[in-house]
Design a protein. Structure first.
Length: 430
């Protein structure tokens, strides 16, 4: 029985290897790089970075680390991004890793230090070794020149943009694991320092800075400004709020994105309170959440939220100019209750007006009668639901206020020129 199981397992393994083809070989090559199999020194450095090399006290470091002699060392993490792909983070590929490492060694030699390359978690890691005793200032200066040269060469020769995080300088090789952890933490701070291609430790105060002012109060004040500030003025207040968030979070990306999402949702709620139209913005809550949590920098966050806030303010300012207060309240009521069995009398009673008077106001200011206005709102809502795969065509009519599908079909085709099913099928092709 055991031999049969082994035979079946071997057969499946052979089949799986045959199916995977080139991607399997690339993954294996990358795995070899991550384990530092390209050279004994690189393999040893990989072990030091992971804290997997035990160094004995009272033993000469040269004997423990053959071929690795230095007076000080640092760790540099290189994060690659393809400029043409919207600066999306890329894993270093085996076919270019050797060329990048050779380029790094050449540039380091010009600055009179040595680099040993490794790949950790899909990113290129360079360990810099300084053979001569240098001041901290001199080490910083040489590393900065090296990073600038490396970034410019990457851009020119490979069309990559990259960010480099540099650890503090250490005297002993056995501290490389600590240096690597500090460089990794610094790289995560690039979310808040997107304008800096080279990240050095800046001596920031860290998490103790959180809570020294009330970010919740700042958020509430911003939401209040949405009511009276114009579209251009609110852009200034948003910039101030984002600066406060960056300071408050002190490098905690998860907290920052949670607060950024609060701004997005708060702006959407403000629009809903003003119009009663949950679907008037082309920003679905799930899409907004996914977008904000995929942001790679505060700079991207500012651009996204500025567009959202500007859209809301422009829509509301346009609405205020178009309708009188009475008609605006009537339209708001329809936007909030279109899925219910509403009629002109119900809306007129809500506003304290006669049905005839409200009917004349609506036609004068909107250009259409009450029935057509309700139909337009319902069909717009139906179009959004039809684009969502989870809703069936025969469900949508009832969700927007039509009890009978035949009547929904008739109204939809009259307004859109397509049947609901044809519209849904067409939306799948877009």
């Amino acid at each position: 029985m055991k031999s049969n199981v082994v035979a079946i397992g071997n057969k499946l393994l052979i089949q799986r290897q045959s199916d995977s083809g080139h991607s399997e070989r690339s993954s294996a090559a990358l795995l070899n790089l991550e384990h530092g199999l390209q050279s004994p020194r690189a393999g040893h450095v990989s072990g030091l970075l992971r804290g997997m090399v035990l160094l004995e006290k009272n033993k000469n470091e040269t004997a423990i680390n053959p071929g690795l002699v230095c007076s000080s060392c640092s760790v540099l993490i290189v994060r690659l991004k393809r400029a043409s792909a919207g600066k999306i983070k890329l894993a270093v590929q085996p076919d270019i890793c050797a060329r990048l490492a050779a380029m790094a060694r050449r540039l380091a030699e010009q600055r009179q230090f040595v680099v040993i390359d490794s790949v950790q978690n899909g990113e290129l890691v360079l360990v810099s070794l300084f053979p001569k005793m240098l001041t901290v200032r001199d080490v910083h200066k040489r590393l900065n020149y090296f990073c600038v040269d490396f970034i410019e060469t990457m851009r020119r020769e490979y069309s990559f943009v990259c960010c480099i995080a540099v650890s503090p300088n250490y005297k002993r090789l056995q501290d490389l694991d600590q240096a690597f952890q500090e460089a990794a933490a610094l790289m995560e701070s690039s979310f808040f320092r997107s304008g800096e291609p080279v990240l050095f430790p800046d001596g920031s105060k860290g998490a103790d800075h959180m809570g020294q002012f009330s970010i919740l109060r700042d958020l509430e004040q911003f939401y209040q400004k949405l009511d009276y500030a114009g579209s251009q003025e609110i852009d200034y207040y948003l910039g101030q709020l984002l600066e406060r968030i960056a300071a408050y979070c002190a490098g905690n990306i998860l907290v920052a994105k949670g607060l950024l999402l609060d701004i997005g949702l708060g702006t959407a709620r403000y629009y809903f309170r003003a119009t009663g139209d949950e679907f008037g913005l082309d920003y679905r809550i799930d899409e907004m959440t996914e977008r904000i949590y995929s942001l790679s920098s505060m700079q991207e966050a500012a651009a996204y939220l500025q567009e959202l806030v500007y859209t809301v303010k422009c829509k509301l300012e346009a609405d205020d100019k178009e309708y009188s207060l009475v008609v605006k309240k009537a339209v708001d009521y329809i936007n909030s209750h279109f899925a219910e069995n509403i009629n002109l009398t119900i809306v007129a009673d809500y506003l304290g007006l006669s049905s005839g008077y409200l009917s004349r106001l609506l036609r004068a200011e909107t250009g259409i009668n009450f029935v057509d206005l309700v139909s337009t709102v319902r069909i717009e809502a139906a179009k959004r639901l039809l684009m969502d795969p989870k809703y069936k065509v025969n469900e949508v009519g009832e969700l927007v206020g039509y009890k009978e599908y035949a009547y929904f079909y008739q109204v939809f085709k009259k307004i859109e020129g397509l049947s609901p099913k044809e519209y849904k099928n067409k939306s799948r092709e877009i």
